[in-house]
Structures are given as structure tokens and as C-alpha cells.
Design a binder for this molecule. Structure first.
Ligand code: NAD
Length: 340
């Protein structure tokens, strides 16, 4: 078995989700943990058995024993770190969104496509078994053609400073929206053609144009999808994922949101309107399947299989999220094909 040397850049919230699910695996060796905050880099190296730690990733990414770099830093650093990793001929698992602006996003994709390194963007829901099951159910036509999708992902921000930092870089509609825009197109096998929405500054001290956004998306196949995302001291946390079809609906309740039978994992509930039947499916819950994600990157390296999602799908979700952000800020409906 080949053992992959890994450097983690960014020892924050998502960096910890990555490393805690991979550090003990037989095919992974953590070479270095890096953070601009040296104490965090040191803590992670101790906790997860890294050989080195430091504040400057350039000191580690060229090491021969390094094969994969995980980029788990703020959005505005992703492109420059990617460039250095590609120069060092390393494979990359990079957090979404890929970049801060659309032009930088384009550059990111071009660089990846023209490189021999393998790059996977962390659209982690593509590797979540519950979402894969919902996709399978939709494709089986159990609820017929999807007419509408309702998605809500609101966070009550106990750690306001962390969210303020994220808001400086990116609105929630771009930051978190890239996941759900991607899901909308993936589940429908159809493209979003039009977006509109509104946004509000719910907290006076929130950075950015808004910290709560609501968007609606119209797809080529006629489906409408809505997505709501807010990070606020005042909002209640809320998680709704509902797929409404011609013959019923599929609702997804994450384990953490279940009122009963929580020990049974995520709940997928299918309602069939013709027979008035409910079907329940319990899924082993692993919201952030980080090892599954790095295994997907390893398959790309070993078997030369395409990224999941592909770079084109990633860029498409990023472009549409930017179009939605533009629609909110300018109070306009945006035709996606015109937004480049
Ligand atoms: N895939 C997901 O589900 C998911 C969830 C949350 C966040 N994210 C993404 O992950 C990224 C980070 O978000 P977070 O919530 O972990 O933020 P965070 O603030 O918790 O952590 C970011 C860390 O990166 C460090 N850092 C910043 N610039 C650095 C640099 N140049 N070199 C080394 N370290 C650096 C910071 O000191 C901090 O510790 C964002 O792009 C965010 O959108 C993804």
C-alpha cells in the first residue's frame, strides 16, 4: 500500500475536520501542520502526529515526502497557495470556494486543467452517503420529476469573530451556496439558467454587503430551487433540505436535527402522494466524510479517474454563486449564461 505524505495548511475549523478523519489511517502520514498562528500549528502537530509544524507553508510543500497538500485557509489565499503547490508538483485537496473573485476562479480552473497534478475541490456533500442516497432515489424516479427544492442552512454564530473573518472574504451565499448550487444541478441533471434573491445585514457589525441571503434558481428542466443562508448572532440555526416531485417528496433530516431516533443517523423520509405512504431510510451519519474525500483524490492519482465534482462543475457552481451574489447586491434577476 502506498502511504501519502500530507501537509495541512490552515489549522482552523475545517482543517480540524480534515485532519481528525485522516491522521490515523494506514495510507496517510501527516508530514506538517501549518498555520499563521504558530500555536495552532504546534497544537495540531502534537495532536495529530505531524513531523513538522510552522507558519510558512513554503518551508514544507517542496519536501520529497509530501504528496498531497490540503488547503484549508481563507478564500483569498486559495489561488496563491494552489500556484505554489502546482509549482512543487504536489497534488491538492482545496477547500471551497476556489477563489475570491470570478477572474481568480477562472485562473484557478485553467491552472488545474493545464497541470499534471491532481486537484480535488472539497465539495464534501458529493462524498456524503446520505446525499448520494438521495441522488439515487431521485434518479430512480420514486418521486417523479423534481418540481421544487427548498434548502435552508442558517447558523447561529456563537463564535462571532470566526464568522466575521469569513464574512470579510465572502458572503454566505457564495461561501456555503457553492455546495447547494452544485447539489441543485447534480440532483436535477440540469443547469440553472436564472437566479435572483435578496440579502440583509442582520447584524450591524457584520462585514460585507449582507450576512443573510435568500436566492431562487430556475433550472433548464423547469425546476425551481431556493436556498437560504445566514450567519448571525440573532438567527436561529435551521437546516431544511426538501425535494418536491410530481409524485411526492424526499426530506432530509440530519442526525443532529432529529427529534427522535437520533441514534439511527440521518433520516431520509420519502412521502408518496398517490398512496399516502411514508418510507423512512436511516443512514449512517457522517456529515463531513473527509477520508472519503481524500480517498477520492487518491483514486484520481492512482487510477487517473476524473474529479468528483469535475473542475467544470466546481467552476459552474462558483460562477452561479457569484451571479446570485450580484443579483442580491444589484436587486436584479440574472441570466446565468450572461454572467461571465
Ligand atoms: N467544506 C465545508 O463544509 C466547509 C465548512 C467550513 C468552512 N469551509 C471553508 O474552509 C475555509 C476555511 O474556513 P474555516 O471555517 O476553517 O476558517 P477558520 O478561521 O476556522 O480557519 C482558517 C485557518 O487558516 C489559517 N490561515 C489563514 N491564512 C493562512 C495562511 N496563509 N497560511 C497558513 N494558515 C493560514 C488561520 O489562521 C485559521 O486558523 C474557507 O474557504 C471556508 O469556506 C468549508
Amino acid at each position: 500500500m502506498r502511504v501519502y505524505g500530507v501537509v495541512l495548511i490552515g489549522c482552523g475549523h475545517i482543517g480540524e475536520e480534515h485532519i481528525q478523519d485522516i491522521y490515523y489511517r494506514d495510507n496517510i502520514k501527516i508530514v506538517a501542520t501549518v498555520d499563521t498562528d504558530v500555536e495552532r500549528a504546534k497544537l495540531f502537530s502534537r495532536k495529530f502526529g505531524a513531523e513538522f509544524y510552522g507558519t510558512d507553508y513554503k518551508a514544507f510543500i517542496n519536501l520529497d515526502e509530501v504528496d498531497i497538500v490540503i488547503i484549508a485557509t481563507y478564500v483569498n489565499t486559495h489561488l496563491s497557495i494552489l500556484k505554489d503547490c502546482l509549482k512543487a508538483n504536489k497534488h491538492v485537496l482545496c477547500e471551497k470556494p476556489i477563489a475570491k473573485t470570478l477572474d481568480e476562479g477562472k485562473e484557478f480552473c485553467e491552472l488545474v486543467k493545464n497541470s499534471d497534478s491532481k486537484v480535488l475541490i472539497a465539495h464534501v456533500l458529493r462524498h456524503n452517503e446520505t446525499y448520494l442516497k438521495v441522488k439515487e432515489l431521485i434518479d430512480s424516479n420514486i418521486i417523479g420529476k423534481i418540481k421544487m427544492i427548498r434548502m435552508v442552512q442558517n447558523h447561529n454564530t456563537m463564535d462571532w469573530n470566526r464568522y466575521k473573518k469569513l464574512l470579510e472574504d465572502c458572503t454566505p451565499i457564495i461561501d456555503c451556496g457553492v455546495h447547494y448550487i452544485d447539489i441543485t444541478q447534480w440532483f436535477n441533471n440540469s443547469k440553472i439558467v436564472e437566479v435572483s434573491g435578496h440579502g440583509l445585514l442582520l447584524d450591524d457589525d457584520a462585514p460585507g454587503p449582507y450576512n443573510y441571503g435568500f436566492i431562487t434558481m430556475k433550472l433548464e428542466n423547469g425546476c425551481y430551487s431556493s436556498y437560504e443562508a445566514g450567519w448571525s448572532k440573532n438567527l436561529a440555526s435551521c437546516n431544511i433540505k426538501e425535494f418536491i416531485g410530481e409524485k411526492g417528496r424526499i426530506s432530509l433530516v440530519l442526525q443532529a436535527c432529529r427529534e427522535a431516533n437520533r441514534e439511527e443517523g440521518d433520516l431520509i423520509q420519502i412521502y408518496l402522494s398517490e398512496t399516502k405512504e411514508y418510507i423512512s431510510v436511516n443512514m449512517r451519519s457522517k456529515y463531513k466524510n473527509m477520508y472519503g474525500q481524500i480517498e477520492a483524490l487518491i483514486s484520481m492519482i492512482e487510477d487517473d479517474i476524473p474529479a468528483f465534482p469535475t473542475m467544470d462543475e466546481v467552476y459552474d457552481a462558483f460562477r452561479i454563486a457569484n451571479a446570485a451574489d450580484y443579483a442580491i447586491i444589484n436587486n436584479k434577476t440574472v441570466i446565468v449564461a450572461d454572467y461571465n
